[in-house]
Design a protein around this ligand. Structure first.
Ligand SMILES: [Zn+2]
Length: 501
């Protein structure tokens, strides 16, 4: 892209004098970004992939023992010793340099590659892929390659030049990662509270927020770093702090009471509940709960029950009218228990329970049975709607590994199928109603083998069972696959996939 604005022309000009990466910096990245391994053969012959020196392990480390940590006797590098015949390895990572240049904050990203072949000198390379120039008033431009990113791969393509800011993605705006420790920042950042920590944010997002957003500056000075989690850089490169702004009065109460919110997404949800139930959002009694999770879950439950409670409250009033209507019609209620249950179902189905057409049936038992069928169908639909609201974000998740396909159960019908085929009780016990658990089904070569429950608070496997609640032959494989994918599930749960962070 050709520079058009005055600012872009300035940046392109300033960029011509930025010095290339130094030897000290690249050595740091080779050391910190890449793995350091030695491979040990069954005979005990061990080769360091970094310096290709070989020596013999005659110690008690057996062929089958797990990877051991050690030091290469030649180059002194801390290494992981792997027992394998494998010779070729490849490693890839990122390094960042944070510096200033001619009055600008510069955030530089490098790809670091290592190609190893036991017994030979490794081939190491570093390539600069992105430079972000940020001014003290929060304006920025990117010079670099295009970042092509998908779930499985990442590539840096095209010429190294000025890029349209709207093409910024998580490649350019990556989380602070393997940052070269000699950091230099603008004095304005120090003044606004930057002390060297990145708090799990991307460097650009954090710096831009600190330079342009007074809410962030205040939070930083009060060390309320967890709120930074809800700050994003939107597609146009602007800071989105709308969540914080909306709850600023309550956040101020937290700061005043020295109350540290650890899980901000839970706290924001909790505040929505408080608002729904008309609680005072400036009262520390509500805003600063001792046990946030417990209070959150309490209101979550209350809110779920709310429509049903409202319906039952109104139903009780309407029933009095129903009885009057029956008296008017000279309709004698023989089985009152059954009639009240029938009334309850009619109301749930949406029929007018003051209309004699419905409430004075000549054959109560038949009408009761008919309404049970409709009632049950509506209940399933209601459960399905709630389940989609709770777990819909996981429906696209597909874990494929060798001949295994693991997916999230997507409907109440699928719960019934899974329960029936594997002869267990996830449907009967209404696992689809469990807010904190995610139910997955593992198939091997298309055949259902295991059902998995994941705890969405701890991100742990709660249960993994096959037919008749017993572990199948695939149990360990399924557990391993799921364990490897728990971070992905966590990411989906916290909705971070579609955010630029
Ligand atoms: Zn070595």
């Amino acid at each position: 892209m050709k520079p058009t604005t005055k600012f872009q022309k300035l940046i392109v000009n300033v960029d011509t004098t930025l010095e290339p990466i130094s030897k000290e910096q690249s050595d740091y990245f080779y050391k910190e970004c890449l793995f350091h391994k030695a491979v040990a053969l069954k005979s005990g012959k061990t080769t360091c992939l970094d310096c290709s020196h070989s020596w013999n392990i005659t110690s008690t480390i057996g062929w089958n023992s797990e990877s051991k940590k050690g030091c290469c006797p030649n180059c002194g590098t801390k290494i992981t010793i792997e027992h394998t015949r494998k010779k070729r390895y490849f490693d890839f990572s990122y390094g960042q340099i944070i510096q200033t240049h001619k009055g600008f904050q510069v955030i530089r990203a490098f790809t670091v590659n290592g190609s190893y072949n036991a017994g030979k000198k490794p081939y190491l390379s570093i390539r600069e892929v992105s430079r972000i120039y940020l001014s003290a008033d929060g304006k920025f431009e990117i010079i670099g390659n295009y970042n092509q990113w998908s779930f499985s791969s990442e590539a840096w393509v095209g010429e190294f030049s000025l890029k349209d800011r709207s093409t910024i993605n998580r490649g350019h705006n990556m989380l602070a990662h393997k940052v070269y420790p000699k950091i230099k920042v603008l004095k304005e950042l120090k003044r606004n509270g930057f002390k060297g920590g990145f708090h799990n944010k991307s460097v650009l997002t954090l710096f831009k927020a600190l330079l342009t957003n007074s809410y962030v500056e205040t939070l930083f000075k009060a060390k309320q770093y967890s709120f930074l989690k809800s700050i994003y850089l939107d597609g146009g490169g602007d800071i989105d702090s709308s969540k914080i702004e909306k709850r600023w009065d309550s956040i101020k109460i937290c700061m005043r009471n020295n109350y540290k919110v650890k899980d901000t997404s839970l706290w924001f949800d909790y505040l929505d509940f408080l608002e729904f139930f008309g609680k005072d959002l400036r009262n520390p009694k509500y805003v600063c709960p001792t046990d946030l999770k417990m209070m959150h879950d309490f209101y979550l439950h209350e809110k779920r029950e709310f429509p049903e409670k409202e319906r039952v409250r109104k139903l009780k009033e309407k029933r009095k009218q129903s009885i009057l209507v029956c008296a008017d019609m000279n309709y004698s209620i023989i089985d009152t228990d059954l009639w009240f249950k029938y009334l309850d179902m009619l109301d749930y189905i949406g029929k007018d329970i003051t209309d004699p057409k419905y409430i004075c049936p000549s054959d109560l038992i038949t009408e009761f049975e008919n309404s049970v069928i409709i009632y049950n169908r509506l209940k399933v639909e209601e459960n399905q709607r709630q389940y989609e609201m709770d777990k819909g974000k996981f429906f696209d998740l597909q874990i494929l590994s060798n001949d295994y396909l693991i997916t999230v159960l997507k409907s109440i019908d699928e719960f019934i199928e899974e329960s029936t085929e594997l002869a267990h009780c996830i449907y009967e016990s209404e696992y689809f109603k469990r807010v904190d658990s995610l139910i997955l089904s593992a198939k091997y070569k298309g055949v259902r083998v295991e059902t998995i429950e994941i705890d969405l608070n701890q991100f742990e496997i709660q249960q993994c069972r096959g037919f008749d609640n017993l572990p199948s032959d695939h149990n360990m494989n399924v557990i391993n696959i799921i364990t490897n994918n728990l971070p992905l599930i966590r990411e989906i749960q916290f909705n971070e996939m579609d955010k630029v962070a």
